[in-house]
Design a protein around this ligand. Sequence first.
Ligand SMILES: [Zn+2]
Length: 286
Amino acid sequence: MSGDRLRPVAAHETDGIPRALDLGMRTGFGDDRLSVGALKIYTDGGMMARTAALTSPYEGLDHTGQLQDDPEILTNLIVDGHLAGWQLAVHAIGDRAADVALDALDRAQRLRPRPEARHRIEHAGLIRPDQLPRFARLGVSAVVQPNFLRYFGDDYASIMGVERAPWLYRGRAFLDHGIALVGSSDRPVADGSPLRAVQFMVERASTSGQVIGPDEGITVDEALHAYTVAGAHACHWEDSLGSLTPGKRADLVVLGDDPRRVDTSRIGDIEVVETYVDGRPRRPRV
Ligand SMILES: [Zn+2]
């Protein structure tokens, strides 16, 4: 759900809900096959178009990207979404956008604490060192798309320059700060393969072989966790998905090899042999 769909509703004054979706629908409405997820709020653009909002200019350009709107307007939307009971997925790619998102989430949680909201920052593409403790303090998860760097990393690293390139789509730093690291694809903007993304999270190598921020590499187990357990938790689905556990839905794949045993450079090429949905095998239609 996109944040701009919220509109003034006739909530009682004491409900403290300035804006909402009609009928009060919000995160969690639906069932386990089709449901309303988080409210997505766009604070900036993207690296490819040089519209991700940065605090310092792009390398070789004389601008810093752009926010989607005046910071006060974005902040009010984030706060109102929080007050209306939504889980928020705040799109912030540049570090300036992340400042806006973190400031707004801070304000929202002060106004009405919702420790179980599990708000997320989607992308978290360029995060300065000083911003990491703020994620942790606010309990905000970082939902990253490692395949952006696998396929576009050479370009991204050059427009960030040597100081900032290691801050792109971090892994290790999030985990070291106790921040929930969640793997995502942003398909169809980028390639959807989780195994190729897992490979990148471990080796941090773009398709040309350039290693971007090697200190941000994580282990295979940590990367698999980001795409399974952490992903389910970020969607409030940890009771039914994310791990092979009695009582959960048996949604799983059988892989042709063990990602923890093959050479890292081969993880992305491991074959998916079988796919099970709710315990039943699903075969591709031919
Ligand atoms: Zn986005």
